[in-house]
Design a binder for this molecule. Structure first.
Ligand SMILES: *Cc1c(COP(=O)(O)O)cnc(C)c1O
Length: 224
C-alpha cells in the first residue's frame, strides 16, 4: 500500500492494537508527522500522542486538541517547560533535578500536577540523555518531594538500531530498577508506567515488562 496514504496509517494502527494486550499502552511517536496523519492514527484508535519537539507539538495540538492525551518524549530544555506544561499530560523524559524543579514550578502556576517518568540511560551510552541507572533512586527521592509532580514510572530508549535482542538486557535492567523503586514505597509516587520499546524492539520490551510502547515507523511508515 502507498505509505503516504492515510489508509495505510489506519491499517497499521488497527493491526498493532489487535496485537497489543490491553495492559500495554500504545504511544504514537509523531515526530515529523502532519496533523492530518496524526488524526488518521487517532481515528483508528490511538489515544496517546508522543511528541519530541515543542514547536511541532504546538502545531499538532492546535489542530487536534485534547481529544487524546499528549506525552512528551523528547529532550526537554528548561526554557521550553512553560510551553510544554500547557500541552502535555505526561513528561516521559525527566533526567535532572533542575528540570524537575522547573516543571514543578510551572505546573504549580497552573494549579496542576504533572505525571513524570524518569528517563534511564540504561545502556550507559555517553551520547544519550537520561539518568544513569545508579542515579535513578536519588532523583526519584527528590522528585517525590516536589508537590506538583507525580512520579509515575520509568522510560528508556535502549539501542535503536540493530538486532532487538541487543536491547533486551537494557530493558531487563530498567524493569529491575522499576521493581526496586516500587519496593521503596516512596510517598506520593504511583509507579505504574514502564515506557520502553520502539518499532524494532517493542516485542522484546513487552516480554521484559513494558507497560507502554512508543511506535513511530510501525504506524506512520519510515521518516524522511
Ligand atoms: C522516534 C521515537 C520513537 C519511535 O521510533 P520508531 O523507531 O520510529 O518507532 C520512540 N521513542 C522516542 C523517544 C522517539 O524519539
Amino acid at each position: 500500500m502507498n505509505t503516504d496514504s492515510l489508509e495505510y496509517i489506519r491499517e497499521n494502527v488497527k493491526a498493532i492494537l489487535q496485537e497489543l494486550t490491553p495492559s500495554v499502552e500504545l504511544v504514537a511517536a509523531a515526530k515529523q508527522q502532519t496533523p492530518e496523519k496524526i488524526m488518521a492514527a487517532i481515528e483508528a484508535g490511538v489515544k496517546i500522542i508522543g511528541e519530541n519537539y515543542i514547536q511541532e507539538a504546538l502545531a499538532a495540538y492546535q489542530v487536534i486538541g485534547h481529544q487524546v492525551s499528549w506525552s512528551f518524549i523528547g529532550h526537554l530544555q528548561k526554557n521550553k517547560v512553560k510551553k510544554a506544561v500547557q500541552i502535555f499530560d505526561m513528561i516521559e523524559t525527566l533526567d535532572s533535578l533542575e528540570l524537575a524543579e522547573e516543571i514543578n514550578k510551572k505546573v504549580a502556576l497552573q494549579g496542576r500536577i504533572m505525571p513524570v517518568l524518569i528517563e534511564v540511560n540504561s545502556g550507559h551510552e555517553p551520547q544519550k540523555f537520561g539518568v544513569l541507572p545508579e542515579k535513578v533512586e536519588e532523583l526519584a527521592r527528590s522528585i517525590v518531594g516536589l508537590p506538583n509532580l507525580k512520579l509515575s514510572g520509568l522510560m528508556t530508549m535502549g539501542p535503536a538500531e540493530g538486532n532487538p535482542e541487543e536491547a533486551r538486557p537494557f530493558f531487563r535492567l530498567t524493569k529491575q530498577l522499576f521493581n526496586y523503586l516500587q519496593s521503596l514505597n516512596l510517598p506520593g509516587a504511583e509507579l505504574h508506567v514502564l515506557s520502553m520499546g520502539m518499532t524494532n524492539s517493542y516485542r522484546v520490551a513487552i516480554e521484559e515488562g513494558a507497560t507502554r510502547v512508543r511506535l513511530g515507523t510501525k504506524l506512520f511508515g519510515p521518516r524522511r
